[in-house]
Design a protein around this ligand. Sequence first.
Ligand code: TMP
Length: 203
Amino acid sequence: MFITLEGSEGAGKSTLIKNLKKYFIDNSIEFIFTKEPGSTEEGAELRKLLLDKTIELDPISETFLLLADRIEHVRKIIHPALEKNKNILSDRYLDSTYAYQGAGRKINKEDLDKFIKPLNFPEPDLTIYLDLPVEEGLMRAKDRDTLDRFEEEEIDFFERIRDSYLKLAREDSNRIVTIDSTNSEKEVFELAKECIEKKLNES
Ligand code: TMP
């Protein structure tokens, strides 16, 4: 089972992951938790570059760095896990690229598809998208000590990203489940747990 978690800055992905990890351990459900960018040794170097706000990157260069991270991630972590029929949950994956580089950085979808489709990345069985109004997410994110290269962007950038996630969720409603992140931490966890368990029982 391959599950991905998506959402903009401050949407509560980290809190949900913390709660899911505890739940899976308490219930002896085996899950591998991973994330993008930066889960492999090589990816960790790429992540540093991608988040470094002293670096100015062309949107296409940014996309290729993210894809290089994904290639290593899929080859070294996701594929081996799926081949052994393990459950894996990735904090961000393909939809992030369509939302951030597509809508956020304004790379058109046809161009993104040309870069991405030949790479044959595995499709997630389920994607949970945590949706939150942009202002609220940015307020939560700004409570953090330092802002990275993405978090420093203007509000319009994040509005485009949210609209794009909502559109992706409408277009692929069999795969993507939207959870309203203005709900309490407990409610978000219960809703996510419910749809993960439903998927696990189907398989
Ligand atoms: P994180 O804060 O969730 O760890 O993610 C780091 C940043 O990377 C986040 O601002 C979103 C960005 N990102 C993209 O722009 N495109 C992608 O494809 C991925 C995986 C992440």
